[in-house]
Design a protein around this ligand. Structure first.
Ligand code: NOJ
Length: 738
């Protein structure tokens, strides 16, 4: 009986040995210890054309609640799909789909799950436009780290954030998603976000996720602020205004880039080979992948550059768009296009290689499943709440404070609190709410009650709706104001008035809100404090004279209400400064701080405004203390191009409250071969200064990094001549020599 057994064992052993020889051992791409590059190449060699096409495709999974991007829920999912936008936060469900990809497909390639985590997942931070006003990049980075952790534990490995489109037209609703009008500020927040989402070194083995720099590029220039429209942008403007933040994000290690919807001077971003391949991938050495925006490849037909879906796929792939978000056009057409030699295998492989590389870098091959921990440990942890609260406070900007009416004086015993969002916290959340729940967002009314804790009585009236003709509640608002010492009006915009596809032709407060302010002022004469919650700069000229104070509180997220209450009471000293200019009227748009000088600076003024100044410039913001700036010192007044110049300024907190002050350093270059903006922000620093304390701010001017500017080919030009350094109200000349 023993012999056949030995015989069988022998056969099995031999079969085993020969299968090893034939390569039946664990494939190299599954070897956790092999270098990523080799793993990618090994896997690529094994893939069929269909498998490759699937890697280039992204679909959705879960209940899609984005009104602009509705898609049928996929009941039958091809688990070979490259990526899914995951409209959910259940790691178990996500793992079930992932299990199908790992166990039911030939090669077991994991799916990359992405989602729009724009300013927080479950813990909502202020909208990015508000975060920019904090000028606190370290704090913004922590917020992104928390958003990454909450997302990762929800099953999301990739966020479509940061949105770093420079925006100078507040009619455009998506201005709320970025960091304002300035290329330097946006670049600094781009770096902070990428590092926050992705972590320092390796994304693997951590609670980090891949970031996306979007939307590449110049999307904020959409004509008239109408979303998705044409953008007429010169190469000069691309290089000096729109590209720098993307370059900063790429250098910070961003794993992915999303191309934008817009047609850029005749070549839509999705098929813009110059931008996607020549600049991004070849010049900048970007090794990650480019995902299209939602349905943007199919939309090339509407944009008049492709006659059918075959042409769309061909142009997008060959220009450098690696992954097709949602429209299925790659999956449907690439095989045929290859057969007709209209796309190359080499370009397809390059796209697949890039996507696989990111998946390996995320550790998805070795750890495809999301660890499942109770939701109570995933979200809204104490650290997350602390950061959300601090960031909300730092992002708010005190715009007006006549006779120091704020903080509310101890003599005030009663306040009328009026406005449509006082008791409804939904509109404090802002557009793109991640996976946040309104029930987790404290209302303004509750926060005020907690803040004043019975010491001040609150008289509430809704007053009006955000926008309606109904003034029936004006009387109760006036009544509440009459019986109170002061009035706080909470007005502004609904969530849905900014964000994607949410442009406004008039950026004043709606008429009913303006009428409410005026009615209260006229009928009661009580001091009025206006608190604004909105997702864009507003044109406030109509009502500014009627109010004693204005606090721009933006859409501040989960912990925003208590930050508002803290600033009103004086518990928090406001420190935010505007990252975007507030025009006087909608007709004054565009107005931004780094405009070029006009040929006749004293003329060309709107006759009906009498000025070209806006309501509030970029960089403006008040505080409850006072700062004295000492004389700025320069280490030299003339330097050579290879030398450095060091500027320092002592700032003293001369008031009685501790504060945080951001010093903004600008450069101007009045005579250049290509004219320069009137001034450009080149450095900022925010420091805490205790009452009575003096601190020193420093700016190291490295001419190559600070004084050089790009031409329309992106070449850097550094010119000898006179320069000016501007800080506070000081302006210092220095010379750059060859
Ligand atoms: C369209 C938006 O433009 C983009 O920002 C977003 O990331 C995608 N939809 C996915 O939701």
């Amino acid at each position: 009986m023993k012999k056949p057994l030995i015989f069988l064992t022998g056969i099995l052993l031999l079969a085993g040995l020969s299968s090893l020889k034939k390569g039946y051992k664990t494939p190299l791409y599954k070897d956790e210890h092999a270098p990523i590059k080799q793993r990618v190449e090994d896997l690529l060699k094994r893939m069929t054309l269909d498998e490759k096409m699937m890697q280039l495709s992204q679909y959705t999974f879960g209940l899609n609640d984005n009104p602009n991007n509705i898609e049928r829920e996929k009941s039958t999912l091809d688990p070979r799909v490259g990526s899914l936008i995951y409209f959910g936060n259940d790691p178990i469900l996500r793992n079930e789909i992932q299990k199908r990809a790992i166990e039911e497909t030939r090669l077991g390639i994991p799916i990359l799950f992405g989602f729009d985590i724009i300013h927080g997942c479950k813990t909502l931070f202020p909208i990015p436009l508000a975060t920019g006003c904090s000028f606190d990049t370290a704090l913004a980075r922590k917020a992104c780290e928390i958003a990454a952790r909450e997302s990762y534990l929800s099953g999301i490995n990739w966020t479509f954030s940061p949105m770093i489109n420079i925006a100078r037209d507040p009619r455009w609703g998506r201005i709320s998603e970025g960091y304002g009008e300035d290329p330097y500020t946006t670049s600094m927040f781009a770096i902070a976000s990428v590092k926050g989402y992705q972590g320092n070194k390796n994304i693997i083995d951590s609670l980090h996720i891949a970031a996306t720099l979007k939307h590449y590029i110049a999307y904020g220039l959409s004509e008239g602020g109408r979303d998705y429209t044409y953008t007429d942008v010169s190469r000069q403007a691309l290089w000096e205004t729109y590209l720098p933040a993307f370059k900063a994000g790429v250098d910070a290690g961003a794993k992915t880039v999303m191309s934008s919807f817009n047609d850029i001077s005749g070549t839509p971003a999705t098929i813009n080979k110059y931008l996607l391949t020549d600049v991004l991938k070849n010049d900048w050495g970007f090794k990650g992948f480019v995902v299209s925006d939602w349905d943007a490849i199919a939309q090339l037909m509407a944009q008049g550059v492709a006659k059918d879906s075959m042409a769309c796929a061909q142009k997008a792939l060959m220009a450098g768009t690696d992954m097709d978000m949602l429209d299925g056009i790659y999956e449907q057409n690439l095989k045929e296009l290859l057969k007709e030699h209209r796309v190359t295998m080499q370009r397809m492989d390059d796209a697949v290689r890039r996507i696989l590389t990111v998946k390996f870098q995320l550790g998805l091959f070795d750890h495809p499943y999301t660890p499942v921990i109770p939701a109570s440990q995933r979200y809204l942890q104490p650290h997350a709440r602390t950061i959300a609260s601090k960031l909300a406070a730092e992002s708010m900007v005190l715009l007006k404070n006549k006779k120091n009416i704020l903080p509310i004086s101890s003599s005030v015993k009663s306040i009328a609190v009026i406005g449509p969002m006082v008791k409804d916290s939904f509109d404090l959340m802002g557009a793109w709410r991640g996976r946040a729940d309104v029930k987790d967002v404290e209302s303004i009314y509750t926060a005020l009650q907690e803040e004043f804790n019975g010491k001040i009585s609150l008289h509430y009236a809704k007053g009006c709706d955000f926008d309606s003709k109904d003034k029936s509640d004006f009387d109760s608002a006036i009544q509440a104001a009459k019986i109170s010492d002061e009035v706080i009006l909470f007005l502004g915009e609904k969530n849905g008035w900014s964000g994607e596809n949410a442009s406004r032709s008039n950026i004043s407060l709606p008429k009913v809100q303006e009428d409410l302010i005026k009615a209260i002022k006229e009928k009661t004469g009580k001091p009025v404090i206006l608190v604004l919650n909105n997702g864009r700069p507003l044109a406030l000229a109509n009502i500014e004279p009627d109010v004693n104070a204005i606090l721009e509180a933006w859409q501040p997220g989960t912990l925003g209400a208590s930050a508002i209450a803290g600033i009103l009471s004086g518990r928090i000293n406001p420190s935010g400064k505007l990252d975007v200019t507030f025009p006087l009227t909608t007709g004054q748009i565009p107005v931004f701080y780094d405009m070029r000088q006009s040929a006749r600076p004293q003329s060309g003024i709107y006759q009906d405004l009498g000025t070209n100044d806006p309501m509030y410039w970029f960089g403006y913001g008040l505080t409850y203390t006072t700062y004295h700036f000492g004389k700025v010192k320069l280490s030299a007044t003339s330097i050579k191009k290879k030398q450095q110049l060091i500027a320092t300024v002592h700032v003293t907190n001369t008031g009685t409250r501790d504060g945080e002050e951001t010093v903004l350093w600008y450069i101007s270059h009045p005579e250049a071969t290509i004219s320069r903006p009137q001034k450009e922000l080149k450095h900022f620093q925010k420091l805490g200064i205790k009452a009575g304390q003096t601190v020193t701010y420093k700016f190291v001017i490295n001419p190559k990094a600070v004084l050089a500017y790009p031409n329309d080919k992106g070449e850097s030009i550094l010119e000898a001549g006179d320069y000016y350094l501007m800080v506070g109200n000081q302006k210092l000349r220095f010379e750059l020599r060859n």
